[in-house]
Design a protein around this ligand. Structure first.
Ligand code: I3S
Length: 170
């Protein structure tokens, strides 16, 4: 079965569920806090929206609701003429999905700008998990991004690498 639904017509748009933790913020080490996040790549921005924990996210997969949620996300995104701030955008999508998906804990997390950043496979000392990507941003934030499914994480590795190399500073 397919775990990532890529409905976009542009290679710079992608979304899916990933496990994410910050390890450094503005150059300072922070405590790991792995969370399952809706992850959306739009242009050179990577958005994370906190899910309701991995259990619930995976139950969305099992119940077949994720494709529906992703469709809503992308449809709303494409419909929005004037781009809104990314975080409030994700928040409003979540607000609207609440009734439909019964969520009550979904909330926006954060956005990172990929321009000037770097992506690499994380070394073993960064995490005991497998399939971990280390993303360093220009602003000094380091994130670990992980999926148990190697095809999923390989796709994200490729897309993030491509995005960083193609989005030059304006
Ligand atoms: O790099 P660390 O400190 O070994 O990361 C682990 C901890 O964050 C741990 O939580 P505690 O802070 O309660 O010890 C997490 O449960 C682990 O998942 C972290 O390690 P992994 O290897 O899973 O990234």
């Amino acid at each position: 079965s397919t775990y990532v639904l890529d409905l976009s017509d542009k290679p710079s748009e992608k979304c899916g569920v990933l496990n994410v933790t910050k390890i450094t913020e503005n150059g300072k080490k922070v405590r790991k806090n792995w969370t399952s996040s809706w992850t959306v790549l739009q242009g050179s921005s990577l958005l994370f929206a906190k899910g309701q924990g991995s259990g619930t996210s995976w139950s969305y997969y099992r119940s077949g609701s994720i494709p529906e949620l992703l469709l809503t996300l992308l449809a709303n995104w494409k419909r929005s003429v004037k781009p809104r701030p990314a975080v409030s955008y994700v928040h409003s999508v979540h607000e609207r999905s609440k009734a439909k998906f019964g969520g009550n804990q979904s909330k926006p997390e954060f956005t990172v700008d990929l321009r000037g950043g770097s992506v690499d496979w994380a070394s073993k000392d960064k995490s005991s998990k497998k399939h971990v990507i280390e993303l360093k941003t220009h602003q000094g934030t380091e994130l670990l991004i992980q999926s148990e499914i190697d095809s999923v994480i390989n796709d994200w590795y490729r897309v993030l690498t491509d995005t960083i190399s193609t989005h030059a500073w304006e």
